[in-house]
Design a protein around this ligand. Structure first.
Ligand code: TPP
Length: 571
């Protein structure tokens, strides 16, 4: 190093971390302060990073994951060592399962003591624990490596299939000093962190040939398609081919749910009867019954062929053979397909599309009749009808949704109109994403957020209503209060303690929001719910509506009752 590039000014680990994040366009951190990262949260805020501080790390982590999904930038969660790290780890693993880019940065204890297991404050070999649970894991020991460490974390989170990355920053690192100019030079601005991956021309042709020959084609859109932000091309592909499509739950809104080609209202029919299925950013996991079995039965069970668009080559043939794998980023694959359609693409046979339309119309009018039933009585349908109307009036609002019945009914009743407006329990069906996802949605988009929450689901992250109030976020939480998990009617056959699925009856959840200065409303009727929701969305004030739902209305595990193991022993 020459003298003229050296300065007398010093920098340190704290500032190098902040500068490296800022250099890469990171403007928000979701955190929970404590040793050794308290000062990092303060200094980051002082340097202009938006610091959103939570009450529990899992929710900070979920917020980071949702921010990653919405923005295609890795969401950052910052925690303390051992317990804080572990609290964040569920969110990191969930993000990886969902293919959302996020980075969990945790402070850690002294390596020398941890490795000799000498009992340090919050001692834990965090790197080893994180490794099998996320996409990549790194540790930085020297201040001059912070730039590279953060660059590796960003590239790992975003490139190929996105996912969760763990970055371990030992306490000692933060106070390490180095020459400021050299520090600046050590930082890395990641160039093209998610490079486009073009599909091979022969694989595009193979896919198009298969699609062309189909008599009953179907397109399935997954949340990967929503993440890709290739909205216009995806819509053009569907409209130009005329192929019916099914959106998975977080792909709802990529095209409006009211689109004439949507086959959602006749899902079981199209899955059972399609002869060629093109998966776009959707995996053949349990949510699609692994591409086989009864769901995929019907006339074409043995001859059905799949086309799969995915950035990860090893996703192909994971459950059933894929006749036409299309490996690449979704935007590139879809635009290559579009280019290959030509001007004389024949729409699918009318026999297929007319049959779908007929079934769909029948099911939609059945649904309309159910929604119109007992407008005074509060149950899943009447309450969700109110929310359905509210989202129709504000299609830019983001819906967060968790629970069992609350999730399954909301998914089919509440239509979405715009891409990436629905965030939910995802691939794992995990409870606890509610308030973290809601906070992230409000923070990164500034749009109104409507969180539709089962009362059990809400309980996992309920304390974050304080966070919502503290940052005055435009979030309306609606708790579907049916007194328990699935429903509130179980009884203990022996008497004594209440049944394990039942909560305190008639709980006043709205008071939790009032406790922190937000608006709390008890809604006993759909009219009360509609009024409170309209006011919440119009005012943007933090609101919690305690929607009292008939406690007998739910079913065990919502629509996945069959996954519950049955006891072989007769009573
Ligand atoms: N713990 C986690 C982390 N995730 C889970 N999915 C579960 C437990 C099991 N589980 C699935 S749905 C659910 C639970 C506990 C709650 C269902 O009750 P509620 O949220 O009140 O919704 P409802 O069916 O009443 O609408």
């Amino acid at each position: 190093m020459t003298n003229d590039t050296q300065s007398t000014e010093q920098t340190d680990g704290f500032h190098l971390v902040i500068d490296a994040l800022k250099l890469n366009g990171i403007d928000t951190i979701f955190a929970l302060p404590g040793i050794p990262i308290t000062d990092l949260t303060r200094k980051a805020q002082a340097e202009g990073i938006r610091m959103i501080s939570f009450r529990h790390e899992q929710h900070a982590g979920n917020a980071a994951a949702a921010a990653g999904f919405l923005t295609q930038k890795p969401g950052i969660c910052l925690t303390v060592s051992a317990p804080g790290f572990l609290n964040g780890l569920t969110a990191l693993t969930n993000a990886t399962t969902n293919c959302f880019p996020m980075i969990l940065i945790s402070g850690s204890s002294e390596r020398e003591i941890v490795d000799l297991q000498q009992g340090d404050y919050e001692e834990m070999d965090q790197l080893a624990i994180a490794k099998p649970l996320c996409k990549a894991a790194f540790r930085v020991l020297h201040a001059q490596d912070i730039g590279i460490g953060i660059a590796r974390a960003i590239r790992s989170a975003l490139s190929g299939r996105p996912g969760g990355v763990y970055l371990d920053l030992p306490a000692k690192l933060f106070a390490q000093t180095m020459d400021a100019a050299a520090g600046k030079r050590s930082l890395v601005k990641v160039v093209d962190p998610a490079p486009r991956q073009l599909p091979a021309p022969d694989s595009v042709k193979r896919a198009l040939d298969l699609l062309k020959g189909a008599k009953r084609p179907l397109i399935v859109l997954g949340k990967g398609a929503a993440y890709a932000q290739a909205d216009a091309d995806i819509r053009a592909l569907i409209e130009k081919t005329g192929i019916p499509y099914l959106p998975m739950s977080m792909a709802k809104g990529l095209l409006p749910d009211t689109h004439e080609q949507s086959a959602s209202a006749t899902r079981s029919h199209v899955l059972a009867e399609a002869d060629v299925v093109m998966l776009v950013g959707a995996r053949l996991n349990w949510l699609l019954s692994h591409g086989k079995g009864k769901t995929w039965g019907g006339a074409n069970a043995d001859t059905r062929q799949f086309i799969q668009i995915d950035i990860s080559p090893t996703e192909m043939d994971s459950n059933v053979p894929i006749a036409a794998p299309l490996v690449g980023d979704i935007g590139s694959c879809v635009s290559a397909l579009l280019a290959g359609l030509g001007s004389s693409w024949a729409k699918p046979p009318a026999e297929w599309t007319d049959g779908i339309k007929e079934r769909k119309d029948k099911n939609l009018s059945k649904m309309a009749a159910t929604l119109a039933l007992n407008p005074e009585k509060m149950n899943f349908h009447s309450a969700l009808n109110v929310i359905r109307n509210a989202v129709k009036a504000r299609p830019d609002a983001i819906v967060v949704n968790e629970g069992a019945n609350t999730l399954d009914f909301a998914r089919s009743i509440v239509d979405m109109y715009e891409p990436r407006k629905r965030l939910d329990v995802g691939t794992w069906g995990i409870m606890g994403i509610g308030m973290g996802f809601a906070v992230a949605a409000a923070v990164v988009t500034g749009k109104p957020v409507i969180a539709i929450e089962g009362d059990s689901a809400f309980g996992f992250s309920g304390m974050e209503v304080e966070t919502i109030c503290r940052y005055n976020l435009p979030i309306c939480v609606i708790v579907f209060n049916n007194n328990g998990i699935y429903k509130g009617t179980d009884v203990n056959p022996l008497g004594g303690d209440v049944a394990p699925t039942v909560f305190v009856k008639n709980a006043r959840y709205e008071m939790m929001m009032q406790a922190f200065g937000g608006v709390g409303v008890l809604a006993n009727t759909p009219a009360e719910l509609a009024k409170a929701l309209d006011e919440a969305v119009a005012s943007g004030k933090p609101t919690l509506i305690n929607a009292i739902i008939d406690e007998t209305a739910g079913t065990e595990s919502g629509r996945i009752t069959s996954l519950n193991p049955q006891s072989a022993k007769k009573k």
